[in-house]
Design a protein around this ligand. Structure first.
Ligand code: 1QQ
Length: 393
């Protein structure tokens, strides 16, 4: 049987129309791809987690405006971890059962060591937005981080302190011994101090729940340290800074990653002034994606974005771009959730991402490879209420 030319054209047009129609309906009608976000929205750790929610939500709007995953929107499923391990475990369990394709979280390394094994067991890719302790990617094949480890970030703060005061000889170190991140970070700080030939005073420990640090402070202040280094979280760390100044310490202070938020300002107020904090992000980084992120963040928040928001944004970006690459090879609608999670993990680890943190790749283990680090110093206004992070390195 021979088809007329006209008939052939008609079939072609109808087929194309059907395809276009299909495309239009799929782009609009497909359910959004759900990505879990498990960070601290309540408790003391919310001082850090709040900034992560903001960064993730900016990413959700930002990437959906740009077409989401090949036309299909993403949707964040937020689950509060609060500040402890039990909260993180609950949040992870809820998200795993809700069939999210992956999880951004939790806020603390201390929580990650408890909650990440659940995701590992369920085969759910996790991107750690702020888990900087040693050993996080090693938790399992499904665990990667967009937060550079303390081992590479923290030494930059010591270098910056020595630039400001080359006469530093004696160093006092304080750390929260009930927190995995603080324990890991102080290890790096202590090694750096010793490697630079400085004298380390007897190390002082506290708990993240402590509010009175006078005993530890009076243990070391008589030895006249020229530098104090604190590894704790925002509330305890801020209070420790405040009490150090009130008890007469006038030298330089390095705060670790747990103090890396303007949410310490209400805690130590004017006495926050001068705290040196290493950074895995700078709002000044001059790349297209960072300029776009800074614009989106400042439009909503009226200030420059902090590291924890940028890392959360980068984590969602990695999910979106890895999902897009996966969908280009195997359409997501042909995969079940277990297949999607497993393939997504493989695509995450093999991608290259131009994020506000710079260009990121991962080792096969899920460790982040990031090129650029910075150091900022807190500059408090005279009113003691407002302040900013000034980049010094
Ligand atoms: C960790 C951290 C925290 C201070 C981030 C909020 O780096 O727990 O690993």
């Amino acid at each position: 049987m021979r088809f007329s030319r006209k008939f052939f054209l008609l079939v072609l047009v109808l087929t194309l129309a059907a395809l276009v129609g299909l495309q239009l309906t799929t782009a609009q009608d497909q359910a959004p791809i759900q990505i879990g976000v498990a960070v601290a929205q309540t408790s003391n750790v919310a001082l850090l987690g709040q900034e992560q929610v903001i960064g993730a939500q900016i990413a959700e709007a930002f990437f959906n405006e740009r077409g989401g995953v090949n036309g299909r929107p993403i949707q964040l499923v937020l689950q509060d971890t609060a500040g402890d391990e039990a909260g993180a475990i609950n949040a992870f369990q809820t998200l795993i059962s809700a069939n999210v394709v992956g999880i951004l979280g939790p806020t603390l390394s201390q929580q990650a060591f408890s909650a990440d094994p659940l995701a590992e067991q369920a085969g759910v890719p996790v991107l750690a937005p702020s888990n900087t302790a040693k050993g996080i990617p090693e938790i399992g094949e499904f665990i990667a981080r967009v937060s550079a480890p303390v081992a590479v970030v923290a030494p930059n703060a010591v270098a910056a302190a020595l630039d400001i005061n080359p006469d530093i000889k004696t160093v006092a170190v304080f750390y929260a011994q009930n927190d995995a991140f603080a324990t890991s970070e102080t290890g790096t700080f202590q090694e750096t101090v010793t490697a630079r030939g400085l004298t380390l005073l007897p190390v002082q420990t506290f708990q993240t729940t402590d509010t009175d640090f006078s005993a530890q402070i009076t243990n070391v202040l008589p030895s006249n340290p020229e530098l104090v280094i604190i590894s704790g979280l925002a509330a305890d760390g801020g209070n420790l800074v405040k009490q150090l100044r009130e008890l007469g310490y006038t030298g330089l202070i390095i705060g670790g990653n747990g103090l890396n938020t303007s949410n310490v300002f209400p805690v130590c107020q004017a006495l926050c002034d001068g705290i040196i904090i290493a950074q895995a992000y700078s709002y000044q980084a001059d790349t297209e994606i960072n300029r776009a992120f800074v614009e989106a963040y400042t439009a909503g928040q009226g200030k420059n974005p902090p590291q924890f928001s940028a890392q959360a944004f980068a984590g969602i970006q990695v999910f979106v771009e890895a999902l897009t690459r996966l969908d280009n090879v195997i359409p997501l609608e042909t995969l079940d959730v277990a297949q999607t999670r497993a393939l997504l993990n493989a695509f995450i680890l093999t991608g290259r991402y131009d994020t506000p943190l710079g260009t990121l790749t991962f080792t096969r283990d899920g460790e982040i490879i990031q090129a650029q680090f910075y150091v900022a110093q807190i500059d408090m206004a005279d009113d003691g209420q407002t302040g900013q992070f000034v980049f010094i390195r």
